[in-house]
Ligand binder design. Structure first.
Ligand code: FAD
Length: 320
């Protein structure tokens, strides 16, 4: 069976392979047998190995060096391009994070290959599906040059277990001077809440301009906490200073695709929909019955969010 290289995205907090990696492994299986590529500090592969085996990695290429984390993306691109040269894989699949997309572009240049970003599906014949123009257009594309390189958009593929051997193969790492051009001089650990990560959460509760102030966002947080959900925000809420930009959902924010998305005081502009319209079930709370979000919602409550959301929170808590 054809070999497909899958670059492993590691949890920076040491939690092993991120969910995006499991999605990439699942997508890669349409094209052949996935081989995971771990590029990181010593011990990285050990932290990820169980998940890689569970989600279908026949081989795990281990490229570990204390130096790798000292530099930005260039070492990862260099190792991956080297493996493409040595193994002649049928394709390369990478999670579609900002880092993943930069690595994909660098590997494409180094290997003279075509690449497709933010794909939501890969077919057995290599045809990739992409969503364009804020979700209004579906594009089907195929790479015609070199080794096809894909980056898989987060939450577009459901990770499916397919146990495999995950046989380790060591890869020699010798970084070129070019790969060492930009050095990391400091790392600051972002303060995080106990809520799930927005892009990986199975439930997201988002607030919009209707929430009216930063203080009122506790209403959104309380509803989210009652459901074990992540908190999101519309751009209008972010631009108004109600919530930090890192929580923005939409075309110029994060893309989420949870099992349940609750939009509170959000009108449902096309740019917001672009980041959440693939959610499995959408619930909207809005006082305007004509709000466009109701066209998309599976369930809607026409009402004042300051009454509806706290009541919902209390009822959900009472059920536990
Ligand atoms: C290039 C570009 C990129 C963009 N990217 C994004 C993006 O990534 N994400 C994004 O979200 N937007 C984005 N936007 C902005 C987008 O066009 C909208 O302006 C924005 O989504 C509106 O946010 P909103 O729904 O919170 O606010 P509004 O459109 O003002 O809607 C507020 C809603 O709250 C309701 N409401 C008010 N008070 C209450 C109450 N008490 N109870 C219940 N309901 C109430 C109102 O009926 C209304 O429907 C982008 C725009 C552009 C041009």
């Amino acid at each position: 069976m054809a070999e497909v290289l899958v670059l492993v995205e590691l949890d920076p907090a040491g939690g092993g392979a991120r969910k995006t990696t499991l999605e990439a492994l699942t997508a890669a299986r349409a094209l052949g047998e996935p081989s995971a590529v771990v590029v990181g500090a010593p011990g990285s592969a050990a932290s990820a190995k169980d998940a890689l085996a569970e989600y279908g990695a026949a081989t795990v290429y281990v490229a570990e060096s204390p130096e790798i984390d000292d530099y930005l993306v260039a070492p990862k691109a260099e190792v991956l391009a080297q493996l493409v040269g040595e193994k002649s894989p049928a394709a390369v699949v990478i999670p579609s994070s900002p880092e993943g997309k930069e690595i994909a572009a660098r590997v494409a240049v180094r290997t003279n290959s075509g690449f497709l970003t933010d794909v939501t599906e890969i077919a057995a014949d290599g045809t990739a599906t992409q969503v364009a123009f804020a979700g209004q257009v579906i594009v089907h594309s195929k790479v015609t040059t070199g080794t096809p390189i894909y980056t898989v958009r987060g939450n577009s593929v459901t990770p499916e277990p397919a146990p495999a051997a995950a046989a380790e193969e060591q890869v020699q790492v010798s970084l070129s001077d070019a790969a060492k051009a930009a050095r990391v001089v400091d790392r600051v650990v972002e303060q995080k809440s106990n809520r799930p990560e927005l892009t990986e959460a199975s439930i997201v509760v988002s607030g919009g301009r209707g929430v009216a102030s930063a203080e009122n966002f506790t209403i959104i947080e309380d509803l989210a906490d009652s459901l074990g959900a992540a908190v999101g925000a519309s751009r209008a809420a972010v631009d108004s200073g109600f919530y930090p930009h890192s929580f923005q959902v939409g075309q110029t924010g994060k893309t989420v695709s949870p099992q349940l998305y609750v939009a509170v005081g959000i009108s449902g502009a096309i740019q917001h929909r672009a980041g959440m319209q693939t959610s499995k079930t959408i619930v909207a709370i809005n006082k305007d019955p004509e709000a466009p979000i109701f066209e998309l919602a599976d369930f809607g409550v026409v009402g004042d969010l300051f009454q509806v959301a706290p009541q919902a929170t209390e009822l959900i808590k009472a059920r536990k």
